[in-house]
Design a protein around this ligand. Structure first.
Ligand code: ADP
Ligand code: F6P
Length: 319
């Protein structure tokens, strides 16, 4: 294999740059050339690609976002779009592809692999909702950002004796809410994976106030319901002074943590080495302290569950 391509796709996540850097430098070390595809599948269908040498990926390891850009591309979801993308890659002599992205991006990668191009996927999303890996690239940075925000919101909630409702990202998944809520000491954590009984939650907020708690932190995953509606409901049912904060895209940015840099660098190394040795249709993940290869099809078809133990522990610790 003489030439591979690398791309980032879907929502950006901190550590994508570390993954691009590692992919390029490991490939160069193995005697391969690397093309960078601009703006994910959009750039692939529009033939926007640049040659990446070692210097091109300098000064990016510590930066959030992605130097290649990313996009969401409806055209690639069509058979015609994928055919055009593959034609562009073939014309440029690309013999293997590394796709860094979330669930949708990996679905696209699987389809390209089935068309005959060797493809390896890496889980890159803040949502941590990819089966086959304990952690996705960017999740650790995102939850650290959220916990930092919870700490700050706690200061002002405490000062005023308020209920602070904090909405976090995650699309349909509650991983960001569960993890940051547990680490940030939230009294209530609302996630789409668990039935949410708002009347019961309001009752618990009332009880905790009468038991001496001076303020409350409620973390809501965006996949449950808008935090502002939940805040209104809490005010209506408890009469407690309540404020709502929607953290939004701040969760996607920032310098990647050490964990995300190392995760991105090691998974990318395996992606390149496996392409070189003839692999295709696999995603590299990190499970129980080791790098693992899983079938991309299994990664996108299975749902990663949130351990109920986390939920139970958060409830106990919030008492
Ligand atoms: P993420 O990768 O973060 O989950 P998206 O779901 O938006 O983000 O997917 C990113 C891109 O991957 C989409 O814009 C589209 O180009 C491609 N994609 C998503 N789902 C599919 C699919 N089922 N088939 C082909 N391509 C897909
Ligand atoms: O998948 C990452 C993510 O940040 C989700 O948590 C969120 O729902 C979505 O992307 C937001 O997408 P956009 O940047 O297109 O608003």
């Amino acid at each position: 294999m003489k030439r591979i391509a690398v791309m980032t796709s879907g929502g950006d996540s901190p550590g994508m740059n570390a993954a691009i850097r590692s992919t390029v430098r490991v490939a160069l070390n193995e005697g391969m050339e690397v093309l960078g595809i601009i703006n994910g599948y959009a750039g692939m269908t529009e033939d926007q690609m640049v040659n990446l040498d070692s210097r091109a990926v300098g000064d990016i390891l510590h930066r959030g976002g992605t130097m290649l850009g990313t996009a969401r591309c409806e055209y690639f979801k069509t058979a015609e779009g994928r055919r055009q993308a593959l034609d562009n890659l073939r014309r440029r002599g690309v013999e293997g592809l590394v796709v860094i992205g979330g669930d949708g991006s990996l679905r696209g990668a699987k389809l390209l692999g089935e068309m005959g191009l060797p493809v390896v996927g890496l889980p890159g999303t803040i949502d941590n909702d990819i089966w086959g890996t304990d952690y996705t690239i960017g999740f650790d940075t995102a939850v650290n950002t959220v916990v930092d925000a919870i700490n700050k919101l706690r200061d002002t909630a405490s000062a005023h004796g308020r209920v602070m409702v904090i909405e976090v990202m995650g699309r349909k998944s509650g991983w960001i809410a569960m993890t940051s809520g547990l680490a940030g000491g939230a009294e209530q954590i609302l996630i789409p994976e668990m039935e949410v009984n708002l009347a019961e939650i309001c009752e618990q907020l009332r009880i905790s106030r009468s038991n001496g708690k001076k303020y409350s932190i409620v973390v809501v995953a965006e996949g449950v319901e808008g935090a502002s509606d939940i805040g209104d409901r809490i005010i209506a049912e408890t009469g407690l002074e309540t404020r709502v904060s929607v953290l939004g895209h701040i969760q996607r940015g920032g310098s990647p943590t050490v964990f995300d840099r190392i995760l991105a660098s090691t998974l990318s190394e395996q992606a390149v080495l496996s392409l070189k040795s003839g692999a295709s249709g696999v995603m590299f993940g990190y499970e129980k302290g080791a790098v693992v290869a899983v079938d991309i099809g299994e990664a996108v078809e299975n749902k990663k569950e949130i351990a109920p133990g986390m939920f139970r522990l958060a409830a106990v610790l919030a008492k």
